[in-house]
Design a binder for this molecule. Structure first.
Ligand code: NAG
Ligand code: NAG
Ligand code: NAG
Length: 396
């Protein structure tokens, strides 16, 4: 009898399943370990890769592993360290629909290795958690509940080994291999089919204290509007940067669509999105340097079949990393992961999850009209509830 009750509870749970609840913790707790690609981290790396594959498969995505060889510095901080050859694996989850149509294919991506220096939960555990959670919310509402139908192909990718974020590693990063050796063939070398990429790189550090946003040398010149808002607000680190390159129509569309989704989902007024636009030929400084180490650069600098540079639309979402002071209200030293994931930070990341998901629904799917029989779909859960009450009373 107890078994029956258990089964009923399980069934009722799946029937009722909440389709909008964001649950980042389930992923974040897996992402605090070191994942710099050296021997001693092999087990951590295997565990997280298997987790990503398992989750993506579970969400109903078609999963591919793209292996590549690259060269890294064996010691993440060593200047004189020797170089070693290592193998990386990009994990790619595909939600297949129409691909061969202008602007059809959208990519959401995040690095899942760590750079051996910064906290792996921030760099870039939170980005990977957001990637997985957006994939879950997208597929649960598209594939399983039937509220939306996908018109265009969406690709979720966890990039491995971002050598550009290592202190001193010479090889190409996973993002490069993804764009050149996987995405280009997938698009049959026709870049018109590509709609854009959203790159999640370091997105959990929000800081509401004054003078916590560090300005770079040409900040004012590069981003005058953002600079003005920062000045008016005593340089608080209370925004998510949306960094784009150039003003092509496809880039403008991507920016408008993402910022529209973000504003719609921003419940509190405490943080905001800053639209930070780069133009080629800008004076190089350390902030700009930070923006071109993430995977967006491989889209901005893609090479077509005849080795010509094509600028594919891509947005980098970031808390600006080293340019934002990190508050550590922590009793233990080093901080435990659980102390770092504060309510404040979770709320900030959740807004990004919701925005990415809304953006994907708006851009990639069609919302289906409510089924006339939708009243019926609540019936099983109603029956279950009644049955459960009856059973529980029997057992009391
Ligand atoms: C990586 O290197 C190994 C050993 O040299 C080789 O067997 C493997 O095929 C290479 N993989 C790729 C994807 O090039
Ligand atoms: C999207 O797909 C649905 C279902 O296949 C179809 O009815 C609708 O016309 C499609 N919309 C576009 C814009 O292709
Ligand atoms: C493509 O061009 C770059 C220089 O822009 C060059 O270094 C590289 O070798 C070329 N690759 C091929 C396959 O031709």
């Amino acid at each position: 009898m107890r078994l029956v009750l258990l089964v009923l509870l399980l069934v009722a749970g799946t029937v009722k399943g909440d389709e909008d609840e964001v649950d980042l913790q389930q992923h974040l707790e897996k992402l605090s370990s070191q994942r710099y690609p050296i021997e001693s981290n092999t087990q951590n790396r295997d565990t997280i890769r298997e987790y990503i594959i398992e989750r993506m498969t579970n969400y109903g995505l078609e999963v591919e592993q793209q292996k590549f060889n690259t060269t890294i510095s064996e010691d993440p901080i060593g200047i004189d360290s020797q170089y070693i050859k290592v193998q990386g694996t990009n994990v790619i989850g595909i939600q297949r629909a129409v691909t061969e149509h202008p602007g059809a294919v959208v990519v959401v991506g995040a690095d899942y290795d760590s750079n051996g220096v910064d906290d792996p939960l921030f760099h870039n555990g939170a980005g990977v958690a957001t990637l997985l959670e957006a994939a879950r919310l997208y597929t649960i509402n598209e594939r399983w509940s039937g509220r939306y139908v996908a018109n265009y192909t969406t690709i979720f990718v966890a990039f491995d080994i971002n050598t550009k974020l290592h202190k001193n590693s010479p090889g190409h990063p996973g993002g490069y291999y993804f764009v050149q050796n996987w995405l280009m063939p997938f698009l049959k070398q026709n870049t018109d089919y590509f709609g854009g990429a959203i790159i999640l790189d370091s997105i959990m550090n929000v800081n509401y204290n004054i003078y916590t946003q560090v300005l770079s040398n040409n900040f004012q010149e590069m981003f005058p509007e953002t600079y003005g808002r920062l000045q008016d607000d005593s340089n608080k680190g209370n925004f998510l940067a949306m960094v784009s390159m150039g003003d092509k129509a496809a880039t403008e569309t991507l920016r408008d669509q993402f910022s529209g989704s973000y504003r719609k989902n921003r419940r509190a007024e405490r943080f905001r999105l800053e639209d930070m636009r780069l133009q080629s030929g800008m004076k190089f400084d350390n902030l700009l340097g930070e923006f071109v180490k993430s995977d967006n650069i491989h889209f901005w600098n893609a090479k077509d079949a005849s080795n010509r540079t094509v600028q594919l639309p891509a947005l980098l979402l970031t808390d600006t990393k080293a340019f934002r002071n990190m508050e550590k209200e922590c009793v233990t030293d080093p901080c435990r992961a659980v102390d770092l994931v504060t309510e404040e930070r979770l709320e900030f990341v959740e807004a990004t999850v919701r925005s990415v998901t809304t953006f994907l629904f708006n851009r990639q799917t069609t919302r289906l009209p409510e089924q006339p029989s939708s009243g019926m779909s609540n019936l099983p859960s109603a029956i279950m509830t009644v049955l459960m009450f009856a059973l529980v009373r029997l057992h009391m």
